[in-house]
Write a protein that binds this ligand. Sequence first.
Ligand code: 13P
Ligand code: SF4
Length: 351
Amino acid sequence: MDAQNKIQNKYKDRIRELKAGLGSKLIILTHHYQNKEIVELGDYVGDSFGLARRAAADTSAEYIVFCGVHFMAESAAILARPGQSVQIPDVEAGCWMADMADPFIVERTWQELSDFFGPESMLPISYMNSEAEIKAFCGRNQGLICTSSNAAKAFSRALEQRERIFFLPDQYLGLNTADKLGIPREEIVVWDPGLPLGGNSSENLAKSRIVLWKGHCLVHTRFSQEQIEEVRKSRPGAKIVVHPECTPEVVALADAAGSTDFMIKYVENSSPGEEVVIGTEFNLIHRLQTQYRDRTILPLSRSICPNMAKIDLQKLCHTLESPGRTNVVTVDKDLKEQAKLALERMLALSS
Ligand code: 13P
Ligand code: SF4
């Protein structure tokens, strides 16, 4: 065993020891993009919706340790009960896409859109991948949060209530969801906050029912049509499944698109001997490869989220050494109340 492995094993043993000591006072939540070792040491693995639901349902744990990116831990902190703390092993584990929606500019855009369309015309929906301030903005404007597993439901519900949706920050999840619902492209505009009228003509804006913030995920926009065409040629029998943060061109060429949970179920439902090519973060694909050795699981290309990768055994171990004390994720009281409203509206969608 090399020196590096010895150190890793020491951390694993210590984490198990600390977990045993804390018993039911502790719960470790892990996102599907965490590496295999972190997931194996966690109590629950899920997509961002499943993790938010699990955090909201927890009544016993005093300490929630969240192995994922900051917006996920922050969502757990918003939903946490008094007396529960949420910690993240590395507070620097952010999300590039969430950072693309600055709360001040979003608020200014909302004012501009409200002036253009008139009051009560739009409902804001934010993807879970956003800061607490953005979730609070949605909450106080009657809006809600969605994840990739319930975006279509959120859009349909919103369009029953208002004429238009203002969706942020992921233009591609927004476009893919609108496509799924059959909303014509003439009724969709992308809002570039750096340009007058978001880069749209007033005629186009007036026709729109969906206004999409110009954000995207750098991990998922690396996948291309050419890569899919190459797989179709070299592996004609393979099925291709991608995350809806990919561009609509990529989604259109794939066999299916859905959240991380959806992609796992897709592999589960494939048959031994089948080939499945997946367009998402590599850690999830790697775990599926080791779990389903009787089928061929391949990445569309190897794309890694460096933010998810910031969580490692050493940082998890240090976090567990001081439960409820280091790297605690907190949210201002007023923001928390408003953001909670938006998250609870999302949680109510699926019941
Ligand atoms: P899920 O909602 O599918 O877990 O995805 C979260 C995410 O950050 C994808 O990039
Ligand atoms: Fe954010 Fe993209 Fe990483 Fe998901 S994969 S956490 S959207 S940067």
